[in-house]
Every structure is written in structure tokens, then in C-alpha cells.
Design a binder for this molecule. Structure first.
Ligand SMILES: NC(=O)c1ccc[n+]([C@@H]2O[C@H](COP(=O)([O-])OP(=O)(O)OC[C@H]3O[C@@H](n4cnc5c(N)ncnc54)[C@H](OP(=O)(O)O)[C@@H]3O)[C@@H](O)[C@H]2O)c1
Length: 288
């Protein structure tokens, strides 16, 4: 029940109507008996400054930030957590006294499903497909966990260069960037233990697409697809048929949300409740 003491969280982005975060966080607040509410706000690019100032003035506890504001929001915050440094993108804002502090929970979110399976990354060779914001979070996480090599394959050379510049301090010589072609894909996947898809290939509505052809997948490979809509992508279906291990994108979605939940409420996130809400929401998207 919303009353005079209800604390407010939310998400800003454009578009925002399909976000799963309100379902996930409101279910979690209820499960933890917290007098909190989470709402979605559609904020246009030219209204970002006013929106952040408004959220600050209204005393919200914190909010998520999604496309297209993840980079631009940085200018309107008072402080940034170390998690933002190499990624230059904020997906979570937390009020600390009178200040708004930017965080990025994608690195923790990416690593969490690996950790919960007890998969050690030390000494592993990893292919990351894509060179956008999510790929940056993957490279940061993989570097921190001691991978032997990280090969980033991207279709736009300038984006590969930007990623390389931003992450070379963290990843050093472990990281190599290469243009994405069928040859580099084959060579790199053959030499890898783990393949991460950080492109939108295979995402709804193009659900029959796969960033990696079935014949390159094998039993001793772990395939981690960041795409969560559909819940099981064509890439993951190929992985399953090849007997490879797999991690589904919704697991990261829930995990990065759980980190934000903990930051806002200082309570332990009810992961199973959040996962159920996210999967229900994804199911509804399919029907819609
Ligand atoms: N599970 C989760 O919690 C989670 C979290 C974050 C993101 N994601 C998912 O991860 C994906 C990437 O997100 P993002 O934020 O990194 O997006 P982004 O910043 O727009 O980057 C997307 C990257 O994919 C590349 N790409 C797009 N279409 C491609 C194609 N047809 N062939 C080859 N490369 C292609 C882009 O290349 P160009 O530079 O050439 O355009 C870019 O490097 C999305 O599907 C998103 O939903 C999931």
C-alpha cells in the first residue's frame, strides 16, 4: 500500500514501456516487506537534465538509467562509483545524502551467473561478440576475474578502437580486438573456452538469427548470450543441440537488478522472486 512514507525508485529511458524492471523490483519490494515503489518514466533526450534534477528534488531513493541516457546522465550526477570508470556508462543512480551517485551494475550482473555455477575464469580464453556498452561490461568483468585472453570481435572498427582505449588500463595485453568476419569468428571461437554474445543478434523480432553458426559450437564450450528476449535464443538452441553449456541473458538481467536493489534498500535481494517476475514479464512480451 502506497502511503505518506513510501520510498520511490524508478527507471528513466526512451522507450520505456517494455522495461521488465518495474515488475522485478516491485515484486522484490513486496517480498522483502519494504514500503518502496518502482515506476517507469519516459524521458526524452532534451528533458534529461530536468528529469534528473526533478528526481533529486523529489527525494527518490535511486533510479535505473537505460537507453539513450546511460552516458549523458553522467554530467548531471554529483559523484561516480569506481564501477563506472572503464565503462563510462551509468545504469543505476543511488541517493547518498543530498548527492546522486552513479553506478554500473552490469559487470557484477554479468559475473554473477558464472559465479553461481562455480565457473572460474582464471586461465580461460573468451570470445566477446560486439563492441558496445554491454561488451565493455563483459571485458571489464572477464579481466578482473583473470581470463587468459579476451578477443573482442566487432563489425565497426571505430567502436572496437573506442572499447580498446577505454579498457586497456584494466585488460592490458589480455584483450585483442578484431573485425568480425566469418574467418575471424571461426578462428576465435575454435580457440575459445567461452563465447559471449554482446550484440543484439537474435533479439526479438529477429529471433531466427544467430551470431554464431551451429557448426562452430561444441560440447566443451560455454555459450553466454546476453540477449534475453526471447528467453532461449537461436544461439542457445544451437548450443544446447551441440551439448555446450549455456547461460541465458535473463540471468544477467536479474543479477544486475539485484545489485541495484541491494544498493537502494540495503537488504538482501530476493533473487528467485525477481527471476520469476522477469520471466513472467518476458512471457507476456512474447504473447504481446
Ligand atoms: N542480459 C542483460 O542484462 C543485458 C545487459 C545489457 C545488454 N544486454 C543485451 O546486449 C545486447 C547489446 O547491448 P548494448 O547495450 O551493448 O548495445 P550497443 O551499445 O548498441 O552495442 C551493440 C553492439 O552490437 C553490434 N551489432 C549490432 N548489430 C549487429 C549485427 N547485425 N552484426 C554485428 N554486430 C552487431 C554493434 O555494432 P556497431 O557498433 O557496428 O553498431 C555494437 O558493437 C542487446 O541485445 C541488449 O539487450 C543484455
Amino acid at each position: 500500500m502506497i502511503d505518506g512514507n513510501t520510498k520511490v525508485c524508478g527507471i528513466i529511458g526512451d522507450p520505456i514501456g517494455h522495461s521488465l524492471s518495474p515488475k522485478m523490483h516491485n515484486a522484490a519490494f513486496e517480498a522483502n516487506n519494504l514500503n518502496f515503489v518502482y515506476a517507469a518514466f519516459n524521458v526524452k533526450k532534451d528533458a534529461l537534465r530536468d528529469a534528473v534534477a526533478g528526481l533529486k528534488a523529489l527525494g527518490v531513493v535511486g533510479f535505473n538509467v537505460t537507453i539513450p541516457h546511460k552516458v549523458d546522465v553522467i554530467s548531471y550526477l554529483d559523484d561516480l562509483d569506481v564501477s563506472v570508470r572503464a565503462l563510462t556508462a551509468v545504469n543505476t543512480v543511488v541517493r547518498n545524502g543530498s548527492s546522486l551517485v552513479g553506478f554500473n551494475t552490469d559487470v557484477e550482473g554479468f559475473l554473477s551467473p558464472l559465479r553461481s555455477r562455480g565457473i572460474g575464469l582464471s586461465g580461460t580464453k573468451v570470445t566477446v561478440l560486439g563492441a558496445g556498452g554491454a561488451a565493455r561490461a563483459c571485458v571489464a568483468g572477464l579481466s578482473m576475474e583473470g581470463c587468459e585472453s579476451i578477443t573482442v570481435l566487432g563489425r565497426t572498427v571505430s567502436r572496437l578502437r573506442e572499447l580498446s582505449q577505454a579498457l586497456k588500463g584494466l585488460a592490458g595485453n589480455k584483450m585483442v580486438t578484431r573485425p568480425l568476419t566469418s574467418n575471424t569468428l571461426k578462428e576465435t571461437v575454435e580457440a575459445s573456452d567461452i563465447v559471449v554474445n554482446a550484440t543484439p543478434i537474435g533479439m526479438h523480432p529477429n529471433i531466427s538469427d544467430s551470431p554464431v553458426p551451429a557448426e562452430l559450437l561444441r560440447t566443451d564450450l560455454l555459450v553466454y548470450d546476453l540477449v534475453y528476449n526471447p528467453i532461449k535464443t537461436t544461439l542457445l538452441k544451437y548450443a544446447e543441440s551441440a551439448g555446450a553449456s549455456m547461460i541465458q541473458g535473463y540471468e544477467m538481467l536479474v543479477a544486475q537488478g539485484a545489485v541495484a536493489f541491494r544498493l537502494w534498500t540495503q537488504t538482501s535481494p530476493p533473487i528467485e522472486v525477481m527471476e520469476k517476475a522477469a520471466l513472467e514479464g518476458l512471457g507476456e512480451h512474447h504473447e504481446g
